[in-house]
Ligand binder design. Sequence first.
Ligand SMILES: [Zn+2]
Length: 312
Amino acid sequence: MTKPSKKAQTKAKAPPPAKALVPVAASDDGIPLPDRSPIDFINLTTHTDQFGVDPIPISWGHPNPMTRGPVLCTIAHASQRNAIGAHQGSYCIYTGLAVAVGALNPDHMPNLKLTSPVFDIGPFPSWADPRKIASIDPFGHVVTDAYRAYLNKGYDIRPTIAVTKAHIDLPETREAMAAGRLKPDGKVLLETGQSIVSKCAIEPVWYLPEIARRFGCTEPMLRQSIFRMTNGMYPELITRPDIKLFLPPIGGVTIYIWGDPATIPDEDIPLTCRVHDECNGSDVFGSDICTCRPYVRSERSEAAREAAREAA
Ligand SMILES: [Zn+2]
């Protein structure tokens, strides 16, 4: 067995760094000053006075984003966090790796000042109903507007939804155009065969009471089950029943919209929709091992056809 080096021994015996949280005080606008926890301090969420001591209140389903409260799940404000888990789903592990090797400053805060959706979505009445939305943050794409006061004060609040435009170029679309099955309308489907689409990339934000209700179990049952099945990865599920938001370590959802996103809530306008599971095998590599790509291909044709008809 290799003897640990003198340095390692010293390091192992070193006392934990003293906790030095910045005192939290309310200010004129009612927003408390951000607690900037020392970045090299290990916050054990099972210890009292270390996690969510004074969480920013969340009133899920409130139509006013400031009253609803920002989802605070970054490492910067340990005592004020109001959500369990971490941003980026399972990919937060890579952030940990990047910090460990010195490639990323753990104190880094992205500059979100120029980040805003390229088209408007909502607000819709469903945003004000905690039973309508339970697995995403409806204000997740507008944090720079809705929570500007928090950002200006130094809070590290991250968007959970990105809204942008994209071009999609697929050989099947050009084949369908050549065969006369699809006709370009110049707006949704171009003569070149490219589709101009709107894209929303969404990170899950679970409101645990409603998730439990939908699945017909109690909230404690849901929390205990996730705690046990993740081998205790999220102690706060058990220790902090007052914290209702959870950013689960699962993949997000991407929505591609052919046509005008503003017409989605209009029940008089037909909406072609396919829920598709991402698939490397056939979607990306064209393998015949499954039927994912043929299904999504026919859905894309239908969506482009319907959107072109609607735009005409
Ligand atoms: Zn597949």
